[in-house]
Design a protein around this ligand. Structure first.
Ligand code: GAP
Length: 511
């Protein structure tokens, strides 16, 4: 088994054992690509959501929030293009009876060629040592050039075929590349068919009077249809943004890799409304801002990269992903899109309402252009969790699993332990906890040895543990133990809140 899969398996098992993420309806053997967040997961998820909200809304005077309903008028999805174009090309293998996204089969094939290029680079780097010039090597090595040419040729067939919705051309590409089903190993493929990803249901009490409504596949449309309500009531002037977090639903066919691709998930989106013609400058601005936010979590820069899109969605004139190195490799974490006036103009057309903004600075009325930042909360959760998960061998030969979460994201900020269950220590510990709990998420426990209690809190990422012992009763000091260094120091009780506040302050995060 590949090592990367091993890591993901360990994270999934740890997430379940320590109450971060459970499979949905587990007693009925689960529901594919649907997950529930447990007591620690819900705290971590909330903290990530709050951190995003603070960075986007609280830190920007010209961005305000919205909480639109999940159900929307069905015409919204006609106007947005989701009814006609929000679909994946699917192909079945007749032997394994497995269903695949046809474009993903081809993209996986490209990824294999990319891995070959990477192997050549690693080999050459070893051979040439210090003097190795990667750029020159990639531009001149015949084998690498051959691989790059092949990738180019495949992309030149795949993307135009996707653009034209030419299912036969995509199938022919799979046949020509000799792609086999990873399960059956055969090339016995069906036709490629388009499959719409939206879930629908009926609204209304009788079958006759009921109308078909959709579970929103993105939160963005709730922002578009409310943009004038928000602009007028919050007295916003262009450029301004509207932020929203909330559930989205997609009937993903290739649902895999834990909470990376789910059928019910949460998005954190912001639409930034700008004067037409200025969109590229704002697109650049938001690309930088969003990367800055990711780095502000303390996760190192080499775990992130931009991927500028060759193939643009029907609504975009520029788009990039921020990719994160998950246990299964670099994958999309967030999208930044310059969506032009596509959505607002479409809603003008379908609703018959004017969605123009009067720009008093230039005395002109226009449909604003939009820059969108869109990140999956569950994907960010997986990024944070997988980066934090650490197995350590300690000096005494023992091992510990520690979640090195940024303290401000950790489910609990401090755990308070009485050394023993007697001599008034629990009462003293409770007093400390009762004082701290107004400002910090605290955990109290008195069961098991202190060592075991430390390990349990390492495993859920609690940055500080406070131990109350007999000396505390004499001089009002406690032992404060820091999670990552495991260093312990004796401090007065009235200094605990200050240490926590300093370590949790977002002022030091470089937002
Ligand atoms: N409004 C634009 C939009 O929805 P998207 O690239 O389809 O764009 C944005 O989705 C983000 O939502 C992705 O970068 C990803 O983080 C998250 N996302 C999309 N589909 C997802 C799924 N099935 N499961 C979990 N997260 C998903």
């Amino acid at each position: 088994m590949a090592k990367q899969e091993d890591v993901l398996k360990k994270i999934i098992a740890h997430a379940k054992e320590y109450g971060f993420v459970f499979p949905s309806s587990e007693i009925y053997d689960g529901l594919s690509a649907v997950y529930d967040y447990g007591p620690n997961g819900v705290e971590l998820k909330k903290n990530i959501r709050d951190y995003w909200w603070k960075a986007m809304v609280q830190m920007h005077e010209n961005i305000v929030g919205l909480d639109a309903a999940i159900f929307m008028h069905p015409t919204v999805w006609k106007a947005s293009g989701h009814v006609d174009a929000f679909s994946d090309p699917l192909i079945d293998n007749k032997d394994s009876k497995k269903r695949y996204r046809a474009d993903v089969l081809v993209e996986d094939y490209i990824a294999k060629i990319e891995a070959k290029i990477q192997k050549e680079i690693t080999k050459a780097r070893k051979r040439f040592g210090e003097q190795f010039d990667e750029k020159q090597f990639v531009e001149t090595n015949p084998r690498v050039l051959g691989h790059l040419k092949k990738i180019e040729e495949i992309k030149n067939r795949l993307y135009p075929a996707m653009e034209r919705s030419d299912m036969e051309a995509i199938r022919q590409l799979i046949i020509d590349l000799d792609i086999a089903d990873p399960i059956s190993g055969t090339k016995n493929w069906t036709e490629v068919r388009q499959f719409n990803l939206m879930f629908s249901t009926q609204m209304g009490s009788t079958a006759d009077g009921a109308s078909e409504v959709y579970l929103r596949p993105e939160t963005a449309q709730g922002i578009f249809v409310n943009y004038l309500n928000v602009q007028k009531t919050a007295r916003m002037k262009i450029p301004f943004g509207i932020a929203q977090t909330g559930k989205a639903f997609r009937n993903e066919i290739v649902a895999r890799q834990f909470i990376f691709r789910m059928r019910e998930f949460e998005q954190m989106e912001m639409q930034f409304f700008v004067r037409p013609g200025t969109e590229m400058e704002w697109y650049k601005f938001w690309k930088e801002q969003r990367m800055k936010w990711h780095l502000s979590t303390g996760i190192p820069a080499e775990k992130f990269r931009f991927h500028d899109h060759d193939k643009l969605a029907h609504y975009a004139n520029a788009a990039a992903d921020i990719e994160f190195e998950f246990p299964m490799g670099f994958k999309e974490l967030e999208g930044i899109h310059s969506r032009t006036d596509f959505d607002l103009s479409a809603h003008e057309k379908y609703s018959g309402r004017k969605l123009r903004y009067f720009d008093s600075e230039i005395n002109e009325s226009y449909v604003p252009y939009v820059i969108e930042t869109s990140i999956g909360l569950d994907r960010m959760f997986l990024a944070v969790l997988s980066h934090a998960y650490t197995e350590e061998k300690l000096e005494d030969g023992s091992e510990r699993v520690v979640m090195k979460l940024p303290p401000f994201l950790a489910p609990y900020k401090v755990a308070v332990f009485p050394l023993t269950k007697k001599d008034g220590l629990p009462e003293k510990a409770r007093q400390i906890m009762d004082n701290l709990k107004f400002d910090f998420m605290c955990f109290y426990e008195e069961k098991d040895t202190i060592g075991k209690r430390y390990r349990r809190h390492d495993a859920i990422g609690t940055p500080y543990c406070v131990t109350v012992d007999h000396q505390t009763l004499e001089d009002n000091t406690v032992t404060l133990r820091e999670r990552d260094s495991m260093k312990q120091e004796r401090i007065p009780i009235d200094k605990i809140a200050g240490v926590l506040a300093q370590s949790l302050s977002l002022k030091n995060q470089g937002l």
